[in-house]
Design a protein around this ligand. Structure first.
Ligand code: MGD
Ligand code: MGD
Ligand code: SF4
Ligand code: MO
Length: 699
């Protein structure tokens, strides 16, 4: 007899409701749940990959240890005790430990409930994570303006009439820092009520193709566009802050004068978007309609990422759209991290490259490899990688590949032997995805409705396997035991969750949420920012001095504009999730997706045709890749997806290795970074492209 379980897909930020039909331990189907309160039946192809993850023959089920270059299965006790004693020995020598946390840890609330103890047991003050490859600029802006790193305002798409998306591709990514399942249908509903969606992107993306208008922008130049829009609002006299006047601090008055020196035609020449288009965007945003500007990866992972995210907030305030129904609004989730977790921090920290920003006690990933390669007593000698694949996800991955080989101890929490975990001494694999429960801990505060949704595990965990949280909790205790510390009881994730739900304003219990398999809808977002602000004076700090100084630095950079090289950008595909669904046979079917998109004019200039192999060279490295000629990318821009590059020695991902694939991050460059946040620059990498030598020789 088959059974259908309602569950939430844990793969991306959308957290769609799915219906999983199983018979025994066999997964018969995974479908969208039409009754889920947030996703209304929507799913994307990635949901079906949950079955591939669950049943993947390449997945590890027991800890493995590297002995003479070979992987040997060992027991949990042995793994924990050997890791703890090696760590103690290294500590005795004064060796420095480090930890990297990757993207899937944001989708496993159990990890969040235990990781602090492991960090303390290891003795880590700082960690590295995918956040400094991603959204740290948002946290800096939220911390300074709203007083809490996690206090975000998201577009209220269901009631919005003009949505300007800059550097985001929610039609493929399903939204980010914005939990918006069913994005495409919601965008179409907006258009059906005479709303408009406008996209700014160097590639005509899946989202751009749905939009009412799309503007190409030169990679890395959006700051000029954003200043142009903001200045147009002021110049046209259409700034209206009346809704927020009581909660804007005095620094608001500093913004217009700080823009005075910018010339709109100069800004337009820099970014490639006409002054008229900028003025038009400004007037649509300020028209008598709810509107929102939203910017994501394309404007975060660049030189002025924090400045961009600040400008976006300021434009939403200036146009009267922050905290407005149909504008950008702050969620009041069932599990309210804003009330339960500290406001975070933005500081400076010592690194091998001198003082760099450290946000929420994280160190910038652009220094990660160098911290292992430095030759003083600060050298990182032991590393714990929790749910991450930084060799493929961080800039100059090939250098990191070399750096990981220098470690005295490396432990990976992963279910596969990947480009990263192949360097480990121990791999500690978690149970399958359907053997663990799920709560969208980090995503309620980013969702387009206030809601709660809990998914219990569907399958019983097989004997001898453990969830990530158990592995983390038990390793932490073994390290504490060997340190001679007192050992606290394990507080199970479910209990922590229950406590946090009950302490939140909605006051739900876990039992109540669990009793509603389609989720509990707590209603549409409400204007509430005045109550949510966590700044000392409970006002929005409009213009933190750092942002004004950065604005000046940007003005200076306009003077030194470089002659244009080809600029490399990344891309995401709806059948891929960073590096970690590459082994799904369902998703990897079909044509090769690891291609370099190139505009026909640029291809012709270099004698390249569709399907040719090209050599792409950046400051750090070069790769050979198949060219896909398309006018979906603007002239002067090439695009390679990230998350590939699995054909490295020792990687045990049989499906992922079938296709030729290269890593975008063998080309990206950690040399520069966003000065205000330490975030990596992953787009607009200058590259040269030529015909690959093999092909030239064959001619
Ligand atoms: N050039 C470029 N680089 C980028 C990006 C880009 O746009 N362009 N995007 C950046 C972004 S936004 C991000 S978030 C990072 C992601 O960077 P990472 O988090 O470092 O990489 P992922 O590819 O997400 O790798 C996740 C790893 O976790 C493992 N894993 C999956 N699920 C689980 C689980 O439940 N438990 C455990 N223990 N392991 C699991 C997978 O096998 C995989 O090895 O990449 C960044 N890198
Ligand atoms: N299918 C799928 N979904 C995912 C993921 C995935 O790998 N696959 N990853 C998940 C993760 S970890 C994240 S963080 C989110 C990211 O979610 P998004 O930010 O929506 O996704 P990206 O595809 O990185 O979108 C960035 C867009 O910026 C554009 N861009 C690049 N450079 C510039 C620039 O200089 N200016 C402008 N204006 N645009 C630029 C790119 O062409 C791209 O379309 O997606 C999540 N969802
Ligand atoms: S959009 Fe994200 S959460 Fe929804 S089904 Fe796809 S991967 Fe899962
Ligand atoms: Mo991400």
């Amino acid at each position: 007899m088959s059974q259908v379980h309602a569950r939430t897909c844990h793969i991306c930020e959308a957290n769609c409701g799915v219906l999983v039909e199983v018979e025994g331990r066999e997964i018969l189907s995974i479908k969208g749940n039409p009754d889920h309160v947030l996703s209304r039946g929507h799913i994307c192809p990635k949901a079906t990959a949950i079955a591939d993850l669950q049943d993947d023959p390449d997945r590890l089920h027991r800890p493995v240890k590297k002995v003479d270059g070979q992987w040997q299965e060992i027991g949990w006790e042995q793994a924990f005790s050997e890791i703890a004693s090696k760590l103690a020995m290294l500590k005795g020598e004064g060796a420095k430990p480090a930890m990297y946390m990757g993207n899937p840890s944001a989708h496993d609330y159990g990890i969040s409930t235990q990781i602090g103890q492991l960090r303390r047991a290891i003795g880590l003050k700082n960690i590295y994570s995918a956040s400094t490859l991603d959204q740290i600029p948002h946290h800096v802006v939220q911390y300074h303006m709203y007083g809490h790193v996690s206090l975000a305002a998201v577009p209220d798409i269901d009631r919005c009439q003009y949505l300007l998306i800059i550097g985001g591709n929610p039609a493929a990514s399903n939204g980010s820092i914005w939990t918006v399942p069913d994005f495409k249908k919601r965008a179409k509903e907006m258009q059906a009520r005479d709303g408009q969606m406008v996209v700014v992107d160097p590639r005509r993306t899946e989202t751009a193709k749905l939009a009412d208008a799309h503007h190409f922008v030169k990679p890395g130049t959006d700051t000029a566009l954003l200043i142009g829009i903001l200045k147009s609002l002021f110049d046209a006299g259409s700034v209206d802050t009346s809704r927020l006047d009581d909660i804007l601090d005095d620094s608001w008055a500093k913004i217009a004068p700080a823009l005075a020196g910018f010339d709109i035609e100069r800004l337009s020449a820099h970014c490639g978007i006409s002054a008229a288009d900028m003025q038009n965007m400004a007037s649509e945003l300020a028209a008598d309609q709810p509107a929102a500007i939203y910017g994501r990866m394309g404007v975060s992972v660049c030189e002025f990422g924090t400045l961009n995210q600040w400008l976006i907030q300021v434009i939403n305030i200036a146009a009267g759209n922050l905290d407005r129904v149909g504008g950008t609004m702050v969620p009041e989730p069932a599990l309210d991290t804003i009330n339960l977790v500290g406001k975070g921090s933005v500081r400076m920290a010592d690194t091998v490259r001198g003082e760099m920003p450290s946000v929420m006690s994280e160190l910038p990933m652009v220094t990660f490899a160098d911290e292992m390669l430095r030759d003083d007593e600060e050298r990182v000698r032991s590393l714990f990688v929790v749910t991450g694949n930084p060799v493929l996800s961080s800039p100059d991955g090939a250098k990191l590949d070399r750096a990981l080989e220098t470690l005295d101890l490396m432990v990976s929490f992963d279910m596969y032997v990947t480009a990263t975990s192949r360097h480990a001494d121990y791999i500690l694999p978690p149970c399958g995805p359907l053997e663990k429960d799920h709560y969208p801990f980090f995503f309620g505060p980013l969702a387009i409705r206030n809601y709660a949704s809990y998914s219990p595990a569907i399958f019983e965990m097989p004997e001898g396997e453990k969830a990530d949280w158990e592995i983390i909790a038990e390793l932490a205790r073994e390290i504490m035991a060997q340190n001679g510390q007192d050992i606290p009881n394990i507080r199970e994730p479910r209990d922590v969750l229950d406590g946090m739900l009950q302490s939140s304003p909605a006051g739900l219990t876990l039992a109540e949420v669990e009793a509603a398999p389609n989720g509990i809808d707590l209603g549409a977002l409400r204007p509430c920012i005045a109550d949510r602000l966590r700044t000392d004076d409970r006002k929005i700090q409009c213009a933190h001095p750092d942002f004004l100084i950065e604005l000046e630095r940007f003005a200076g950079s306009l003077e030194n504009e470089q002659a244009d090289a080809l600029r490399l950008i990344g891309r995401r595909h709806v059948r891929q999730n960073n590096s970690w669904l590459s082994n799904s046979k369902r998703l990897q079917k079909g044509p090769n997706r690891c291609t370099m998109m190139m505009n026909p004019a640029d291809a012709a200039d270099r004698g390249l045709a569709d399907g040719d192999m090209a050599t792409v060279e950046s400051r750090v490295n070069s790769v050979d890749i198949t060219v896909e000629v398309t006018d979906d990318v603007m002239a002067g821009v090439v695009s390679i997806p990230h998350g590939f590059g699995h054909r490295r020695d020792g990687v045990k991902l049989s499906v992922a290795r079938e296709n030729p694939n290269v890593s975008l991050n063998d080309l990206t460059d950690p040399k520069s970074y966003d000065r205000l946040s330490g975030n990596a620059i992953l787009n607009a990498t200058p590259v040269t492209v030529s015909k690959a030598e093999e092909l030239v020789a064959a001619e």
